[in-house]
Write a protein that binds this ligand. Structure first.
Ligand SMILES: Cc1ncc(C[n+]2csc(CCOP(=O)(O)OP(=O)(O)O)c2C)c(N)n1
Ligand SMILES: [Mg+2]
Length: 420
């Protein structure tokens, strides 16, 4: 985690004290400010330090215990003034990631088996989410990404620990693949304090700053501007880090998509824009929401490098994502990664899909399931499959237990960390 570095003094989009809510960190002056500002080149420095560090301040507070030695002294004092969430949450936060996020070179069979395990973990997790939702245990509105697991795993496995992602309304897979423990994710879906967003967020507002997850987004296209901002900050600081925005084909019709690609290319920021093209936006087929069939052309309009890949083949996704990430990390500018994938279920849990041809869907489920395809590629025997399956199902069952035993947020904390 980069707590010490995410200081508002260095962050190009910092908040002015007058704009901050009651929980906001006071503005600071002093040696750390001068020191940090020196990291920015004069030409790169943005002269508007008055916006946007509020979410970062929250992230910093979250990690103040673990990172105390790396946080400037004046910042620690500011933290001490903050009352946030129940301290017990942090004392107990000892979970290590299940899905690995370290960078890999080449894809050995062993690595492919790890991809398989992670994809199966995501699948079983989402099946359990559906089961618990239907049992009335989970509040809100839930979208699963069954059929799209290879995108989450293939892309996130091409990232390093310092890289960040922003997700969509279909965020469970991205979140697990970026390293959030199933316990923390399930606890969030149950609205518990132990959840990755402390129970404030739910399925469409999953955050895990420590693991480089800048959040899911209920607003379609909401993650792209955040990633352009993060990538711009990486560029200013000279850090070899990359920001990745996931979004769907429907999002390519949204204004923030076009604005983000435009500025990302103009500023040659280290970002990768991952289009998860499942050919549906809710119940609207792509042919009815976009006048062009090849959505990569939208990136070409900005002069952005575009790559295409079959999203049902995790090995391919990983390989091409690795090239895209390298291109961005090498300072050559952003990349548009067009991933063709399949939504093998409804738009949301409970969607009757009356708008979809049942026979076509059944055929897709039989021929395009990325987990089944990888199982075949690996030649896994039934015993091998069952062994991995048992292991991940145990993790998922344990996450439900963890979540059910979690702490309900206190009503008096409802407005804490709310900066609207
Ligand atoms: C700005 C905005 N417009 C509309 C919606 C309603 N909405 C939620 S999901 C969705 C479809 C998005 O389609 P796509 O981007 O292809 O993602 P997918 O659901 O296929 O993963 C829409 C229109 C929204 N949440 N935000
Ligand atoms: Mg879509």
């Amino acid at each position: 985690m980069y707590a010490g570095k995410l200081d508002s003094t260095v962050y190009p989009l910092a908040v002015q004290p007058a704009e901050q809510g009651t929980n906001a960190v006071p503005a600071e002056t002093g040696p750390s400010r001068e020191l940090e500002v020196d990291h920015l080149s004069v030409s790169a420095r943005i002269q508007r330090p008055e916006q946007g560090c509020r979410a970062l301040a929250v992230a910093l507070v979250r990690h103040r215990q673990a990172e105390a030695s790396r946080v400037p002294r004046c910042r620690q004092t500011a933290f001490d003034r903050l009352e946030l969430l129940d301290e017990r949450h942090w004392a107990e936060r000892t979970i290590t990631p299940v899905a690995k996020v370290e960078q890999r070179r080449g894809v050995s069979e062993e690595t492919l088996r790890e991809f398989f395990r992670e994809m199966l973990l995501i699948r079983r997790f989402e099946e359990k989410v559906e089961e618990r939702f239907r049992a009335g245990e989970l509040p809100g509105f839930l979208h699963v990404a069954i059929g799209q697991e290879a995108v989450a795993v293939g892309v996130c496995r091409a990232l390093g620990d310092g890289d960040v992602i922003a997700s969509t309304h279909r965020a469970h897979g991205h979140t697990l693949a970026k390293g959030t423990h199933p316990n923390e994710l399930m606890a969030e879906l149950y609205g518990k304090l132990e959840g990755c967003s402390h129970g404030y967020g739910g399925s469409m507002h999953l955050y895990d700053i420590e693991r480089g997850n800048l959040g899911a987004n209920a607003v379609v296209g909401g993650g792209l501007p955040a990633i352009v901002g993060a990538a711009l900050a990486f560029k200013f600081r000279g850090q070899p880090r990359v920001g990745v925005a996931f979004f769907g084909d429907g999002a390519t019709n949204i204004g923030t998509f076009h604005e983000s690609l435009n500025l990302a290319q103009l500023w040659t920021v280290p970002a990768v824009f991952v289009l998860e093209d499942n050919q549906w936006a809710e119940s609207t087929p792509e042919s009815q929401h976009s006048p062009i069939r090849d959505l990569s052309k939208r990136a070409e309009a900005f002069g952005m490098k575009a790559m295409k890949v079959d999203g049902q083949d995790v090995e391919e996704v990983h390989r091409v994502a690795g090239r895209a990430v390298k291109h961005a990390r090498d300072g050559k500018g952003p990349v548009f990664l067009h991933v063709e994938t399949k939504r093998l279920v409804g738009h949301y849990i409970g969607d009757p899909q009356i708008y979809r041809d049942k026979e076509e869907l059944r055929e897709l489920q039989e021929t395009s399931d990325p987990i089944q395809l990888l199982r075949e590629k690996l030649g896994l025997s039934d015993e091998e499959f069952d062994s991995v399956d048992r292991e991940v199902q145990e993790l998922v069952d344990a996450s439900v237990e963890f979540a059910k035993n979690g702490t309900d947020p206190r009503p008096e904390d409802a407005l804490k960390n709310v900066y609207a």
